[in-house]
Write a protein that binds this ligand. Structure first.
Ligand SMILES: Nc1ncnc2c1ncn2[C@@H]1O[C@H](COP(=O)(O)OP(=O)(O)OP(=O)(O)O)[C@@H](O)[C@H]1O
Length: 600
């Protein structure tokens, strides 16, 4: 049987790379820089003192419209050229077991192909530091390649890669674009890189490791760095160090609110070469209030070299960075509460999200974040000093409806309508088991209201009978009580039990026979007290007048109107029968008003 080798359609592979792996042609500069730096690293393994530099000549500078990259690296012998340059997926940067070698940036054996995103022809002119003649390899976008041994020898070991631009892609090889890309990708490399004779690297010191005359000088320099990179002067700068991941860097705290759903990307360097400025897996989700710049020697890239590879090491590094940011916050709370409050005013959502699974953060929120309460804004800690029970409303509507009444009875209530707040309050007993937290049961409020004395009760009788009959079709019963404030004539109260009973009834009407039998049995246990109540305020002048109305028809209309007004005031959902009643009572009142118009 004849054995055959796979044929690879290079055009198909380049198409695949350009559309699916890389975000754009710009990556070719990174791949070339990376190969040059790796070749220099390889040479230095054998000869620590070997010269090390990379120079790029953009197409305006070569005379023939090509782009050239020169390095003083280890170079390639003729057999290596055949093996490494002509075989897709073959790399000299893996060990015998196929693992990426620590010293190098590359590992996949596909980087050189990215040159075909901008070039039709790639030439490699190389001389190995291990000996042998100069070798010339030329590869074409259609998959052909040639190897020759030119007479002219390179004076030194090293490699020159020449790209012959593809039509329409010339600008990618021009001085302006190449300088920008080389500075962006390679600006922090420890090996000098120049474009058109001008250096794009500095002294190889990472900006966050640079020495400064004073801490204030350092803070100013890093603030300027953040401004240049991300366009904002940071609220603060947090140093990051995760030795296991060979990671160092800084987290800049955003001075403005950020969208929690969209983490801004972080700038990640891998052994000093820019991986991407939009890496989003580096931090825990809650830490959306910082943007980081880091360099790591141990975390691995994905094949596109645009994201970090998700593995245990990345997960551990993420935890370590999260802990560091959290510690910074805890320290801020301990040393500079005023500044912490400024921070919270902007980033409370992130901190609250964190408080859901971190006790130290829960303490920060407890002590420093002002909640909305019916006694004015105050922290949970302060609220507990004044009220034995942390009571909250489940929604902002309920808060609006009940806060004034509760305040008039001396009951402190917190608005639980904001994101995370209810969960945070429910977690308070983790700080101290003695803390009592409860949702406000509106039914409970009525126990604080004053019932009428027997004489008043007697007088109220006819009116209450009218009210009961008017409210009957609406599943509601009247309750006369005296309470503050007198400006509030009536309060529509649904107790927690009534809310559950209502849900049960809705479930029963949509359940099948078997379940509806079960649910009816459960429902039968729910007491009649669970009906919503219209609490009529005996201190309200309007209610007092309604009670004295001689005409039962008009008294009925008054009760219905008070019911509608109480529903609207409490932002309660209006059912069809409520809407109908509102219309009817409004028209009834209008009719009555016109009938009694003295000018008619
Ligand atoms: N400038 C260079 N000097 C010496 N050898 C080089 C140079 N450029 C490429 N090579 C050799 O060619 C091989 C293939 O290069 P290529 O860029 O395709 O892949 P890689 O760098 O190994 O991995 P990656 O795909 O992760 O970049 C390299 O492993 C290296 O041995």
């Amino acid at each position: 049987m004849e054995e055959r080798a796979f044929q690879v359609d290079l055009r198909g592979v380049v198409d695949l790379l350009s559309h699916h792996l890389y975000t754009g042609p710009r990556v070719y500069v990174r791949e070339l820089l990376q190969n040059a730096v790796d070749a220099i690293s390889a040479r230095r393994l054998a000869d620590a003192g070997a010269s090390a530099s990379v120079s790029i000549e953009p197409r305006e500078h070569t005379g023939d419209g090509t782009l050239r990259v020169h390095d003083t690296g280890v170079g390639l012998t003729e057999p290596e050229v055949h093996e490494l340059l002509a075989t897709i997926g073959r790399s000299s940067k893996r060990d015998d077991l196929g693992f990426a070698r620590h010293e190098f940036l590359g590992q996949f054996g596909i980087g050189l192909l990215s040159c075909f995103l901008v070039a039709d022809e790639v030439r490699v002119h190389t001389r190995s530091a291990r000996g042998g003649p100069t070798v010339a390899w030329t590869g074409y976008a259609d998959g052909r390649y040639t190897v020759t041994l030119p007479d002219a020898q390179r004076p030194e070991p090293g490699t020159t890669v020449t790209l012959v631009p593809r039509r329409g892609m010339e600008h990618w090889l021009g001085a302006e674009v190449v300088t920008g890309l080389a500075a962006d990708f390679g600006g922090l490399l420890p090996i000098p890189v120049s474009v058109a004779g001008r250096p794009v690297t500095t002294d190889g010191v990472l900006p966050w490791q640079r020495r400064h005359a004073s801490p204030a000088d350092r803070a100013a320099a890093l603030a300027a760095y953040s401004e240049k990179l991300f366009g904002f002067a940071p609220f603060d700068t947090i140093d990051l160090n995760v030795p296991e991941a060979g990671l160092s860097g800084v987290a800049f705290v955003l001075p403005m609110a950020a969208n929690p759903a969209r983490q801004a990307g972080h700038r990640v360097y891998l052994r000093r070469m820019l991986l991407s400025d939009s890496v989003d897996k580096l931090l825990p989700e809650w830490a959306f209030f910082v943007r980081c710049v880091i360099d790591t020697s141990e975390l691995r890239p994905t094949a596109s070299r645009e994201e970090l590879y998700e593995d245990d090491l990345l997960a551990d590094a993420r935890d370590a960075i999260g802990t560091r940011i959290r510690d910074w916050l805890v320290e801020l709370a301990a040393t500079d509460p005023h500044r912490l409050q400024r921070f919270l005013a902007v980033h409370h959502l992130g901190v609250k999200a964190l408080a859901l699974h971190d006790l130290a953060m829960l303490r920060v929120v407890d002590q420093w974040w002002p909640m909305e309460t019916n006694m004015g804004p105050m922290t949970l800690a302060e609220f507990r000093r004044r009220h034995p029970v942390v009571r909250y409303t489940a929604t902002a509507d309920e808060f609006r409806a009940l806060s004034a009444v509760a305040a008039a009875q001396g009951i402190g209530v917190i608005n639980g309508g904001y994101a995370y707040d209810v969960e945070i309050m429910k977690r308070l007993p983790y700080l101290d088991p003695a803390i009592q937290v409860r949702a406000l049961d509106p039914g409970e409020l009525t126990t604080r209201f004053l019932p009428p004395d027997p004489e008043t009760e007697h007088r109220l009788h006819p009116f209450l009978a009218t009210a009961a009959s008017a409210l009957e079709p609406l599943d509601c019963s009247p309750l006369p009580r005296a309470f503050d404030p007198p400006t509030l004539p009536a309060l529509y109260l649904v107790s927690r039990g009534a809310i559950q009973a209502e849900e049960m009834r809705a479930a029963r009407s949509s359940a099948n026979d078997l379940w509806s039998g079960v649910l009816s049995a459960v429902d039968a246990g729910a007491g009649a007290d669970d009906r919503p109540q219209l609490v009529l305020n005996l201190r309200s002048p309007v209610v007092r007048k309604a009670i004295e109305l001689p005409d039962p028809q008009l008294a009925r209309l008054a009760v219905q109107t008070l019911y509608g007004q109480a529903l609207l005031h409490g932002h309660h959902p209006l059912r069809a029968q409520d809407n109908a009643l509102l219309n009817q009572s409004f028209l009834g009142l209008l009719d009555w008003a016109m009938r009694t118009d003295p000018t008619r």
